[in-house]
Design a protein around this ligand. Structure first.
Ligand SMILES: C[S@@+](CC[C@H](N)C(=O)[O-])C[C@H]1O[C@@H](n2cnc3c(N)ncnc32)[C@H](O)[C@@H]1O
Length: 282
C-alpha cells in the first residue's frame, strides 16, 4: 500500500466540511492522480460510483464507504439525493471525498454536483482524473490522435439524461467533424449510432474498436468495422461499460497493443497505417 506522498510539495489538507470531487480514472489504481490519493488518505467518508475500481477504496481504510452506484443510461432520480447527501455530510463536519470514475467533469455529472454544493455554500475542490475515452483507449493500445490520421477528436455520449440517444445530437455533423470519434455509453443505442454515422457519410468499412472494462483486469477489446460493429458486438457478448472508438487510429493497436507485447506477443503489423510505403512512394 502507498503510505506516503512524494515530498517537496505542499499537499492540501482536506478540511472538515469540505467536499473534494475527484476522478478515479478508468480502472487501474495506478492511474489515480496524487491529489486523489492525498484525498483518499484523509477522507472521513468516500461516496463512490459503480465504475470506481474497488481496489482504489483500499487506500482509504479509515473512511466510511457509501456506494452511490448509478449506472449509465438509466433515469437518475437519485442524482439530487446524492448531491444533497454530500451537502449533509459536509454540514456534519466530515471530510468528504466524492469519487467518480474517469474524470468528474467528463460525462460524469460532476458539474451538477459541484453546482449543488456551491449553491449550498459548501466549499469544494475539483480533482480531475484520466477519462476512459483517452486513458481506457490507451490501455487498449489506441492513441486518440496520431499525426497521420486525425487533427481532432470528438467525444460524444450515447445517452442523454433519460437514457435515450441524445436527440439534440446531429450525427451527420459528428460524422463529418473529426477523424476520431470516441463514444461513451454507446452500447444501448449502438445500432442507431452506427446507422447515424454511416448516413452522415462515414465509410461502413472504417476501422473501429470497442473496449470494455478498460484498464482493469477484465479489459476486453473488439476490433471491427463500422458497418459490422452491431453484429460483432452481439456475437462477442461484450457488455458495458464500453468505450467505442471510430477511426483509423484503431488500426494502430496492431502495433501498439503494449499489454500483449508485455505478455510476449509480437506486433501484428509494424506499419498498420501503411505510412512507410506511402512515404517511400512519395
Ligand atoms: C457516466 S460515464 C462516466 C465517464 C467518466 N466520467 C470518464 O471520464 O471516463 C460512464 C461511461 O464511461 C465509459 N467508461 C468509464 N469507465 C470505463 C472503463 N473502464 N472501460 C470502458 N468504458 C468506461 C463507459 O462508456 C461508461 O458507460
Amino acid at each position: 500500500m502507498v503510505t506516503h506522498l512524494p515530498p517537496a510539495h505542499d499537499w492540501p489538507a482536506l478540511e472538515p466540511g469540505w467536499v473534494w470531487l475527484c476522478g478515479a480514472g478508468p480502472g487501474d489504481p495506478g492511474l489515480l492522480t496524487l491529489h486523489a490519493l492525498n484525498a483518499l488518505r484523509q477522507a472521513d467518508v468516500v461516496i463512490y460510483d459503480a465504475l470506481v475500481e474497488p481496489a482504489i477504496l483500499d487506500w482509504a481504510p479509515q473512511a466510511e464507504r457509501i456506494h452511490a452506484g448509478k449506472r449509465g443510461g438509466k433515469p437518475s432520480p437519485r442524482q439530487r439525493d446524492i448531491s444533497l447527501r454530500l451537502v449533509e455530510l459536509a454540514r456534519a463536519g466530515k471530510r468528504v471525498l466524492r469519487l467518480k470514475g474517469g474524470d468528474p467533469f467528463v460525462f460524469g455529472r460532476g458539474g451538477e454536483e459541484a453546482q449543488t454544493l456551491i449553491s449550498h455554500g459548501i466549499p469544494v475542490r475539483i480533482v480531475p482524473g484520466i477519462t476512459a475515452g483517452i486513458g481506457g483507449l490507451a490501455y487498449a493500445g489506441i492513441p486518440v490522435t496520431h499525426r497521420d490520421t486525425n487533427q481532432s477528436v470528438t467525444f460524444v455520449t450515447g445517452h442523454d439524461q433519460t437514457g435515450e440517444t441524445p436527440g439534440s445530437l446531429d450525427w451527420g455533423a459528428i460524422a463529418r467533424a473529426s477523424g476520431t470519434i470516441v463514444i461513451y455509453m454507446g452500447m444501448k443505442h449502438l445500432a442507431r449510432i452506427t446507422a447515424g454515422l454511416i448516413e452522415g457519410g462515414r465509410d461502413p468499412g472504417e476501422p473501429c474498436a470497442v473496449v470494455t472494462d478498460a484498464a482493469t483486469p477484465r479489459q476486453r477489446v473488439l476490433e471491427t468495422r463500422l458497418g459490422r460493429m452491431v453484429d460483432d458486438v452481439a456475437e462477442s457478448g461484450l457488455e458495458p461499460p464500453a468505450i467505442l472508438c471510430i477511426g483509423r487510429v484503431t488500426l494502430l493497436r496492431q502495433v501498439l497493443d503494449w499489454q500483449a507485447l508485455a505478455a510476449g506477443a509480437a506486433p501484428r503489423d509494424l506499419d498498420p497505417l501503411g505510412r512507410r510505403s506511402a512515404s517511400e512512394s512519395a
